[in-house]
Design a protein around this ligand. Structure first.
Ligand SMILES: [Zn+2]
Length: 304
């Protein structure tokens, strides 16, 4: 009876409820995905992307994600979200697919735009299914999206990307490990590190000026720039490390076991026991060595 109820809930048709509040849009659905957009091709792309992302998520993280909806462009509003959720849709994500796909030269790149959509869905599913712990307690001083280490949160997003050019580009530009893993595992996402730095500089300038000192924001900013990892380097390292673990780990759903272990030991950089079970080095320096060796091998022979 319970099994029947679950199956019945999953097969519930969501689109009529969505169209009842937004008759100007179109809606398509499968058992794991809902797409709302006025454009038929956009709906097809959305469904395909959510389904592929869900399958990748399950194999990397070991959890079948809940059914979700992507609403194209500015179509999403409170009434539509409420209608979707009332029919059992667990998450609703607005994504202006065609806008994101538009290149500066007027051409469109749907692979890039759907891969970026999958990236964002990765963050969402990670927060929903993997890292459900309340914030605080991690190693980094501030955290990006969840209380998980920022690198792991970003790995969740990168693990769902399917634009192969990103991994290829990361490899082409990689020179050993751009960021030593010991640093990588404890750092804040450079996006928030930059925000924190800017806030700290403004506070420092205000403090010095209050004490009569003549100092400009620019002077302080110039001095501290050197310590920042740039965003592109961080993303490249995330993509490479994601592929490295996925192609070197034994067993299934490697990220699921690593995340579970890390969530139990928030002060640990790298979970030794879980790593050993996945046939990965249990110690960070050994892991770093193996990661660099893998990068060097892949650079010589980048075939997948
Ligand atoms: Zn991200």
């Amino acid at each position: 009876m319970i099994a029947f109820a679950i199956v019945a809930q999953l097969s519930v048709s969501v689109c009529p409820a969505a169209l009842a509040v937004r008759s100007d849009l179109g809606c398509d659905e499968t058992s794991s995905a809902v797409a709302v957009s006025a454009d038929l091709e956009v709906r097809r792309q959305i469904l395909r992307t959510i389904e592929a992302a869900s399958a990748r998520f399950e194999s990397a993280w070991g959890t079948r994600p809940s059914r979700g909806a992507v609403v194209d462009s500015s179509g999403v509003n409170g009434a539509l979200s409420a209608a979707l959720r009332s029919q059992g849709v667990a998450w609703v994500f607005p994504w202006p697919l065609l806008e994101v796909a538009r290149n500066a030269d007027g051409t469109t790149d749907l692979t890039r735009a759907t891969s970026a959509m999958a990236h964002e869905i990765g963050h969402l599913l990670f927060a929903r299914h993997v890292w459900t712990a309340p914030s605080g307690g991690g190693l980094a001083t501030r955290q990006y999206a969840t209380s998980a280490p920022d690198w792991l949160d970003e790995v969740a997003a990168a693990s769902l990307e399917f634009d192969d050019r990103l991994a290829a580009d990361s490899l082409a530009r990689a020179h050993r490990a751009a960021i030593p893993l010991r640093t990588f595992f404890s750092m804040s996402h450079p996006a928030i590190a930059r925000d924190s730095l800017v806030a700290a500089i403004h506070a420092e300038v205000a403090r010095r000026r209050a004490s009569g000192e003549s100092v400009s924001t620019m002077q302080l900013d110039m001095r501290s720039q050197g310590g920042l990892t740039d965003l592109a380097t961080f993303y490249r390292q995330v993509r490479l490390f994601t592929r490295f673990v996925e192609s070197n780990a034994c067993g299934t759903a490697p990220w699921g076991s690593l995340a579970a272990a890390l969530s139990h030991e928030p002060k640990v950089l790298w979970p030794a026991d879980a790593a050993r079970e996945l046939c990965l080095p249990s110690e960070v320096d050994a892991l770093n060595e193996r990661f660099e060796a893998w990068i060097a091998t892949r650079r010589r022979d980048p075939r997948p």
